[in-house]
Design a protein around this ligand. Structure first.
Ligand SMILES: NC(=O)c1ccc[n+]([C@@H]2O[C@H](COP(=O)([O-])OP(=O)(O)OC[C@H]3O[C@@H](n4cnc5c(N)ncnc54)[C@H](O)[C@@H]3O)[C@@H](O)[C@H]2O)c1
Ligand SMILES: [Zn+2]
Length: 363
């Protein structure tokens, strides 16, 4: 088996590590903080501004829009910023990646196959959720609201220069966000492992990350101030990011894109909705059997049951019944689930399997 492993992001990890930010800016003259309204209100942006001079952009929605990227790019070009400090969840970090190449219109590169320019300003990614691992990946997931398209852009230009991971910043996440972002970590680890693009270094990272989620997500959910659980979930998220960044995700992420863009289910929750279903589908794949064993389960069935139980324990949806899906809705979901990530699943996902998922499992 031939494989390559590259990971260009410097990682600085630990409680209180936000205090190291100003020391990382010595070679830059015009930083911009990209964040969101929540962190303006809770004082985090002001706290950073009390130690550094920077411009600020906070028009970032969850599942950020291409229009917001274009607006941020325009502001960066106008200000002449030379570094982005991205303070937020995956949405803020992803928007920052796409804005860092400062093109006129990011839609030219959104799911079009056109390569993103190499030239970009560096990003210091400061995650406030423990979920996407975006601080160490080359993906930027954007939504074009007008046509209901949600899809990633992947580019070597998008790797942050530094991931500054301070688990204390995740303590303010409400339980719902903790649960949704936390199950995303499990999806990254599991999908990275069983993907067709798997490779040995990422396998080890995936197992480490998935074990941490099973142990610490319920603790972080039950007690938001449990700093050990927060720290372990930040570790799981970052290492989960490393585990899928090269292998890429599979069927659960492919299905999550329409579930989120049509029904507004948060990203992680949307991915988690189908993870146990696809574990059962993938039970005929040897590596899925191997993963279940490495995580301490005798069979893929018991692994899938544990995923289902974890979702219930942390208050996540286990189906889409509240939306009373019609045949027409299901046809649309099946059609829009055919994202390229589906082809990275170890077992071929046919329309029949997708109909089984949406008609029976989730309805
Ligand atoms: N780039 C990647 O590799 C990658 C991987 C997976 C998902 N994604 C994308 O990332 C986005 C999701 O990111 P996310 O799951 O981190 O959530 P998010 O960034 O969308 O944030 C979710 C919600 O939590 C709030 N929030 C964030 N941090 C908080 C904190 N510390 N305290 C209180 N509230 C907080 C936000 O205001 C928001 O309302 C989606 O668009 C998804 O598709 C990207
Ligand atoms: Zn994800």
């Amino acid at each position: 088996m031939n494989w390559n492993y590259t990971q260009p992001v410097e990682i600085i990890f630990g409680n209180g590590s936000l205090s190291k930010l100003s020391g990382l800016l010595n070679n830059f003259t015009k930083p911009i903080i990209v964040s969101e309204e929540y962190f303006l209100k809770n004082g985090l942006v002001d706290k950073i501004l009390s130690v550094i001079n920077a411009d600020v952009f906070t028009e970032v929605s969850p599942n950020p829009y291409v229009t917001e990227v274009n607006k941020c790019s325009r502001q960066i070009r106008k200000n002449g910023n030379d570094v982005i400090i991205a303070v937020g969840g995956g949405s803020v970090i992803d928007l920052s990646k796409s804005a860092s190449v400062t093109v006129e219109d990011i839609r030219e590169y959104h799911d079009t196959g056109k390569a993103v320019p190499d030239k970009h300003i560096p990003i210091i990614a400061v995650p406030t959720t423990s979920g996407t691992g975006s601080e160490v990946t080359s993906a930027s997931v954007l939504t074009e609201k007008a046509i209901g398209k949600k899809a990633p852009i992947v580019s070597g230009s998008f790797f942050p220069k530094i991931a500054l991971v301070d688990p204390e910043l995740t303590v303010s996440m409400p339980p719902k966000v903790t649960a949704s972002t936390g199950i995303d970590v499990l999806c990254h680890a599991v999908e990275g492992y069983w993907s067709k693009g798997h490779q040995p270094i990422c396998d080890v990272l995936a197992v480490h990350s998935a074990k941490l989620v099973f142990e610490y997500l319920p603790k972080a959910y039950d007690n938001p101030n449990d700093i050990e659980a927060r720290e372990k979930m930040s570790e799981a998220s970052l290492i989960g990011g490393l585990a899928f960044s090269l292998p890429k995700t599979t069927a659960s992420h492919a299905c999550s894109f329409p579930i989120t863009s049509i029904y507004n289910v948060p990203h992680g929750e949307a991915c988690g909705l189908t993870l146990d279903f696809f574990a059962r589908v993938n039970a005929k794949d040897n590596r899925t059997v191997q993963l279940a064993k490495e995580l301490g389960f005798d069979t893929v069935e018991s692994f899938a049951d544990a995923i289902f139980e974890l979702k219930k324990k942390v208050g996540l949806r286990t189906d889409l019944s509240e939306f009373k899906l019609t045949d027409e809705n299901i046809n649309e979901l099946v059609k829009k689930s055919h994202h390229p990530n589906l082809l990275n699943n170890p077992v071929e996902i046919t329309d029949e399997i997708l109909y089984e998922l949406y008609n029976n499992e989730l309805s």
